[in-house]
Design a binder for this molecule. Structure first.
Ligand SMILES: [Zn+2]
Length: 459
């Protein structure tokens, strides 16, 4: 067999297993996996000794170039995708940003133009604000285009992004029938609206009131309801960014009941607590749902280890300090979101594998195989299998880096993990057989990523 390049002497981690082997790459695809691969005419050999060789990481929840709160998230598809490369991410699933009443297919076409500069592969979840003006044909058109998951919010009524329950249950049923997946941001809007109004009229606008305005039960109530509705409607449901112990308990109980259900959490909810909102620049940690308590963090780690949660994604939605500082004393209006695409793998390795909470095999399931399976990318993404895209992260468990923003590449001067050092970073990253990271050097290119059509459920 003739190889364009070989990744040699690493420990492969794929499909729940790990073993020593080389990977041969021919024409953008994995062409062989085995011992002592070689032969004449191999152009490049990449030394992976001491490293884990994993399928490229997938961040299945990012917000590049997202208009929000009269500003725009500070990474575009190029800077954000490139930062992802430094962290071993080779595919992102971002979101469409439709105008009110814009058909999903139109929103997909527009967002694809914005994302064309991405240096890594990309897809979108189709964002829907309500379900009144859509018909089966519109959804089907999006699914046929390869956008097979749709995002709904049960919160954000104040910015007209909420889908009321009656519309949501119809959408869940319809999407299920079409072989799509509904992804829902679950928070009880009425509880939050009342809390926000009370705090506002009492002049309590400091960020320390942010978690009080969105209590843990406002999340778990909505999780319970939406899971129930998905069960009743026969829908396939993915729960975005879960943050509370009670949400995990509901997920655990409901998964046994035959509902097609999955859940994700994010590094910020695994590492940080609401104590950050008491700090001097606490507003810079603004995110929804808010950071929670230690008991929640512990439940989330447990859920990742025991299989109740399927995936970790970042909800990457960075802002610079100046964008947030304008609202330093106004949690009601501060742009909500945190950076994360670059630190996903390293944090999960350092805090998860390094601290004995997760095995390396489980880590790879959580940030590559499971999101690939759940969102219709598998096995071309999310596995090291002969014949699939050679998206490969060569992950060096001994490489350490400080998580201070000046040491990272996301387009923001804020990082929620500043002061920490994480162990475990990529040595090489390949996107469809071509290196995009060599050591600390980005060697990919603007526009080097491809739009990925995703498959339907059960196909
Ligand atoms: Zn999000």
């Amino acid at each position: 067999m003739k190889f364009d390049c070989i990744v040699k002497n690493g420990t492969l981690v794929s499909r729940g297993d790990s073993f020593k082997a080389d990977v041969g790459i021919t024409d953008h695809r994995i062409s062989a996996i085995g011992k002592d691969l070689g032969g004449k005419g191999v152009k490049d050999v990449y030394d992976a000794s001491g490293c884990f060789v994993t399928p490229g990481f997938i961040d299945s929840h990012t917000h590049m170039n997202l208009p929000l709160a009269n500003t725009v998230s500070s990474d575009d598809f190029f800077t954000g995708g490139r930062a992802g490369v430094w962290g071993g991410v080779t595919t992102i699933i971002d979101f469409t940003t439709p105008e009110p009443n814009q058909a999903p297919a139109e929103a997909i076409k527009e967002r694809r133009k914005e994302a064309g500069i991405s240096p890594i592969d990309f897809s979108f979840h189709g964002t829907l604000y309500g379900y009144n003006n859509l018909d089966r044909g519109d959804l089907n058109e999006a699914i046929e285009m390869g956008v097979t998951s749709f995002k709904f919010f049960t919160a954000y009524g104040e910015s007209n992004r909420r889908t009321p329950d009656g519309e949501l249950v119809e959408a869940l049923g319809e999407i299920g029938k079409l072989g799509g997946l509904a992804m829902v941001h679950c928070e009880n809007d009425e509880i939050i609206a009342k809390k926000r109004e009370e705090l506002k009229s009492g002049g309590k606008k400091s960020i320390k009131y942010h978690p009080i305005s969105r209590p843990d039960y406002s999340e778990s109530e909505a999780v319970g309801k939406v899971v129930h509705l998905a069960g009743a409607a026969g829908g396939n449901l993915h729960l975005a960014h879960l943050t509370t112990k009670e949400s995990i308990e509901i997920l655990e109980r409901s998964k046994g009941a035959g509902i097609d259900l999955s859940g994700e959490t994010c590094p910020q909810y695994l590492l940080l607590t609401e104590a950050r909102y008491e700090e001097e620049n606490g507003h810079r940690y603004a995110a929804t749902p808010p950071l929670r308590k230690d008991k929640d963090r512990e439940a989330l780690w447990k859920g990742l280890a025991n299989g109740v949660l399927e995936s970790v994604a970042t909800d990457h939605c960075p802002f610079r300090n100046d964008q947030k500082d304008e609202f330093a004393d106004d949690f009601l209006n501060v742009p909500q979101g945190l950076p994360g695409v670059e630190t996903l793998g390293s944090i999960l390795f350092s805090e998860g594998v390094g601290k004995g909470r997760l095995s390396i095999e489980r880590m790879v399931e959580l940030i590559s195989e499971n999101p690939a399976r759940r969102f219709g990318l598998y096995p071309n993404k999310g596995s090291l299998t002969v014949g699939t895209d050679a998206d490969i992260t060569v992950f060096d468990p001994d490489k350490s880096k400080s998580l201070n923003p000046d040491n990272l590449h996301m387009n923001t001067d804020f990082n929620p993990f500043t002061g920490k050092t994480s162990r475990g970073w990529p040595r090489f990253v390949f996107l469809r057989g071509k290196p995009v990271l060599e050591g600390d050097n980005f060697v990919g290119r603007k526009g080097g990523g491809s739009w990925i059509r995703r498959k339907k459920r059960n196909k």
